[in-house]
Design a protein around this ligand. Structure first.
Ligand code: ADP
Ligand code: ZN
Ligand code: ZN
Length: 660
C-alpha cells in the first residue's frame, strides 16, 4: 500500500508569439491566472506565451508549460477578450496581436516583470483652470461629461474651437470619480502642445507612451498606469490597450488621422480597437476632429454615434478664405505660380507669415537624363529616387536606400542630367533667393530628425514676425501659428485625380487642417490652392471651407455606389520576388470566392508595386455587411492555410484598409 502522489494537471490555451492563427494547449501542475506570461517549448525553441484560459481536459497529450514568467497577468480577462476579438476581426495571428500591446521588453521570455505596488493614493485634481470656457465649450462639456456606458460620441470642433479644453474638463470629471483616462493622439512627437496643455493642468498624474521614447521609459509608464500611480495616459496607437485599474473614459484626438492605422504586420486601427474596448468596458469614448473620417460620419448619421459640435473659433475670427488657382497656363517656379509668389510677397510686407504646404520632402522627386530614357530608380522598389540636396544623395522614400548622385548618365554617359518636380528643399532654396531678408523655416522628416528640433523650430516660428514656413503634412497637425496669414498648397492634384477613395478624403482633410493653422489673428487669412483641376467638384466644395458639406457629398456618392463606408472592405496582400507567383496565387484564391456574396477586384499591382525586392499584388474584396466580409475572410484563410502555393508568397490580410 504505497502512498500515491496525485499530481494536479491543469490545461491551458496559450497564445504564442509566432505567426500562426491559432492557440495551443499546454499543461501545468500549477494554477495559472489567465493573461499571465509563460515560456513554452514550441518545436525546439522557447517562446513567449500568454495564457488565454484554462480548459477542461483530462487525457490529452500536451507539453508542460516550461516556466511561468510573472506573478501577475499582463492582461485582464476583459482585455484578453478584446485582443481575441481583434485577432478575429483583423484575421491576424493572436500571438502577434498580444505582442503589439506589450512593452517591448516583455515581448521575450528573458525579462520578468518586477513586483508592482498598487497605488491607493489617488490625488485629487486641482479644480482651478487657466481658461474660462466659452458658451459652446460649456455646453459640450455638459453633454460629454454626463455620458454613461458605451456611448461613442464625435466631438466635431472646427480648427481653433478649443477641443483640448473640452477634453481637459472631461478628464477632470473622471479624476473626481477616481477613474483613469486614456487619451490617444496620432503622433505625439509632432504635436507637443496637447501634451503640454494636459501636463500643465494635471502635472504628475500624466504619462506619455509613444515610439520616440526608450523601451525602458515606456515600460515604466506602462506599469505606472496599471497601478494607478498615474491616471492619465497620452499615447499613440500601441497605447490603445494600456491597462488601468479603473478606466473611465477614452478620448481619441484627431480621430480621422491615418496614422492610427498600422500598415505593417498587425494592420489594426487603434481608433477601432479603442472603440471596441469602450464597448466591452461599457464606458464612453470621445472621438475628436475638425475633419472627421467618413466612417465616423456615417455612424453619426445612422445614430450609432452621438454628435457634439463646436462650430465657433475661440478667437471669433472668420475662417480663412479658399481660392483655387488654375495653373494650366502657368509657368511654375519651383512649383510656385507667379500669383502665389506675389501673394507671399504681399503677406511678408504686412509683417505676416506665409506657409507653403507640399507633401514631398527632398530637393526633387525625380532625377533623370534629358538625353536618353534613364531615370534614377531604386533597385529593390523600382520607384523614382528622390534627390536630396543636403545629404547629396538619391534616396528611396520607400525603403530608405541611399545612392550617390552620378555626374554622368549611367546609360548614355552624357552630362545631361536633370531634376523633375519640386520638394521642400528646393522650395527653401528658391524662396531664399526670392526673399533673401526673410527667415525661412522648413519642417519635414529630414529637418526634424534630431531630438527637440521640432520644438525649437516651432518656438522660432512663434517668435518670428514675417517669415516663410515650408512643410509637409507634419506642419499641419494641430499647430497654432497666430501670425500666419497665407497658405499656399501646391500639390493637391494627386488627391484630386487618384482613383483611390481614401485619397480624396485625405486631401480634403489636409486642406481644411492646413487652413486651420492660418488666420488665428485677424481673420483675413487666405488659402491658395494651386491645381490643374480647378473645376473639380470636390475642390469647389472644399473651397466653401465647410468640411462637413464636402464629406456629405462624398458620402452620398459612396452610398449610391455601395462603397465604403457603406460596404466593408479587405485586401488580401501577396508579396514575392515574381509577379506571376503573386498573380497565380491570388487568381486561385479568387476562384474560391462566391461572387454573388461580394465584389472582388484583382489581382492588381499595389500602388507600391515593388518594395524591397518583392512585388506586391492585391485582391480587394468588398462585402455588403461586416458579417459577410468576416465570414468570407475566414473561408479564404482556411483555403490559404491548406494551399500549396501559399508558402511561395508572403500573404497578409488588411481589413478596413486606408492605403492601397
Ligand atoms: P482645436 O484643437 O479645437 O483646434 P485648441 O484646443 O488648440 O483648438 O484651442 C485653440 C486655441 O484656443 C488654443 O491656443 C487654446 O489655448 C485657446 N483656447 C481654448 N479654449 C479657450 C478658452 N475657453 N478661452 C481662451 N482661450 C482658449
Ligand atoms: Zn542618358
Ligand atoms: Zn527602395
Amino acid at each position: 500500500m504505497g502512498l500515491q502522489i496525485q499530481m494536479n494537471k491543469f490545461f491551458y490555451n496559450v497564445s504564442i508569439a509566432i505567426p500562426l492563427r491559432q492557440t495551443f494547449t499546454y499543461h501545468s501542475t500549477q494554477k495559472i491566472i489567465s493573461g499571465t506570461r509563460v515560456a513554452v517549448k514550441f518545436g525546439s525553441k522557447l517562446k513567449l506565451g500568454i495564457v488565454i484560459e484554462e480548459i477542461d481536459a483530462t487525457n490529452i497529450q500536451t507539453k508542460l508549460i516550461y516556466q511561468v514568467l510573472d506573478n501577475e497577468p499582463v492582461f485582464s480577462d476583459v482585455e484578453l477578450k478584446i485582443l481575441t476579438w481583434a485577432s478575429d476581426y483583423y484575421h491576424h495571428p493572436i500571438g502577434e496581436v498580444m505582442g503589439t500591446f506589450l512593452p517591448t521588453n516583455l515581448r521575450n521570455v528573458k525579462t520578468v516583470m518586477d513586483v508592482q505596488e498598487s497605488f491607493s493614493g489617488h490625488t485629487s485634481p486641482d479644480n482651478s483652470f487657466v481658461k474660462n470656457l466659452t458658451q459652446q465649450q460649456t455646453e459640450a462639456v455638459d453633454i460629454l461629461s454626463k455620458l454613461k456606458g458605451f456611448q461613442p460620441t464625435l466631438l466635431y470642433g472646427v480648427t481653433g474651437s478649443g477641443k483640448t479644453e473640452v477634453y481637459i474638463r472631461c478628464i477632470q470629471e473622471q479624476l473626481l470619480q477616481q477613474k483613469s483616462v486614456l487619451l490617444l493622439a496620432p503622433e505625439i512627437a509632432l504635436t507637443p502642445q496637447l501634451e503640454q496643455r494636459v501636463a500643465e493642468q494635471f502635472g504628475p498624474s500624466v504619462g506619455m507612451y509613444h515610439s520616440k521614447m526608450t523601451p525602458a521609459k515606456r515600460y515604466k509608464v506602462w506599469k505606472k498606469f496599471r497601478t494607478g500611480e498615474i491616471n492619465i495616459l497620452i499615447g499613440t496607437r500601441s497605447a490603445a490597450m494600456m491597462s488601468a485599474p479603473k478606466l473611465g473614459l477614452i478620448i481619441v484626438d484627431e480621430e480621422h488621422d491615418a496614422s492610427y492605422k498600422q500598415h505593417e504586420g498587425f494592420k489594426f486601427s487603434a481608433r477601432d480597437v479603442a472603440i471596441k474596448r469602450a464597448q466591452v468596458l461599457k464606458i464612453p469614448i470621445i472621438l475628436g476632429s475638425a475633419t472627421p473620417s467618413l466612417r465616423t460620419l456615417r455612424l453619426v448619421d445612422d445614430k450609432k454615434f452621438g454628435l457634439v459640435k463646436l462650430t465657433k473659433r475661440i478667437t471669433k475670427q472668420n475662417p480663412p478664405k479658399f481660392s483655387i488657382l488654375d495653373i494650366n497656363e502657368t509657368t511654375l517656379i519651383s512649383g510656385l505660380a507667379p500669383q502665389a509668389i506675389e501673394a507671399i510677397d504681399a503677406t511678408l510686407k504686412q509683417k505676416k507669415q506665409a506657409m507653403i504646404f507640399i507633401n514631398r520632402r527632398g530637393f526633387a522627386p525625380q532625377f533623370i537624363c534629358s538625353n536618353c530614357e534613364w531615370r534614377a530608380a531604386c533597385n529593390s522598389c523600382e520607384s523614382s529616387l528622390v534627390l536630396h540636396h543636403h545629404s547629396e544623395r538619391l534616396i528611396c522614400h520607400r525603403c530608405d536606400s541611399a545612392f550617390g548622385v552620378p555626374s554622368h548618365c549611367p546609360a548614355c554617359n552624357t552630362e545631361q542630367l536633370a531634376v523633375v518636380g519640386t520638394g521642400t528643399e528646393q522650395l527653401e532654396i528658391t524662396l531664399q533667393e526670392l526673399f533673401p531678408q526673410i527667415p525661412i523655416f522648413r519642417m519635414d522628416k529630414d529637418s526634424t530628425k534630431k531630438a527637440n528640433s521640432m520644438e525649437s523650430l516651432l518656438a522660432a516660428i512663434h517668435d518670428s514676425k514675417s517669415s516663410i514656413l515650408i512643410g509637409t503634412q507634419m506642419l499641419i497637425k494641430g499647430h497654432d501659428f497666430p501670425n500666419l496669414e497665407l497658405v499656399v498648397a501646391i500639390d493637391v492634384d494627386q488627391g484630386v485625380t487618384s482613383l483611390h477613395p481614401a485619397a480624396i478624403e485625405e486631401m480634403g482633410q489636409q486642406l481644411i487642417q492646413v487652413a486651420g493653422r492660418a488666420g488665428r489673428s485677424d481673420g483675413n487669412a487666405l488659402v491658395l490652392v494651386q491645381s490643374r483641376y480647378a473645376q473639380d467638384k470636390n475642390l469647389l466644395q472644399l473651397k466653401k471651407g465647410n468640411y462637413i458639406n464636402f464629406a456629405k457629398s462624398i458620402l452620398a456618392e459612396r452610398k449610391a455606389l455601395n462603397q465604403p463606408p457603406y460596404s466593408f472592405e479587405a485586401i488580401i496582400k501577396a508579396a514575392s520576388p515574381k509577379t506571376q507567383t503573386n498573380i497565380d496565387f491570388l487568381e486561385q484564391l479568387r476562384k474560391t470566392i462566391d461572387l454573388k456574396r461580394c465584389i472582388v477586384v484583382g489581382p492588381i499591382p499595389a500602388m507600391q508595386a515593388k518594395l524591397r525586392g518583392s512585388y506586391q499584388h492585391h485582391l480587394v474584396i468588398q462585402a455588403p455587411t461586416r458579417t459577410q466580409l468576416n465570414g468570407m475572410l475566414q473561408d479564404l484563410i482556411s483555403v490559404l492555410s491548406k494551399s500549396k502555393n501559399s508558402n511561395k508568397v508572403r500573404w497578409s490580410v488588411d481589413v478596413d484598409p486606408v492605403e492601397f
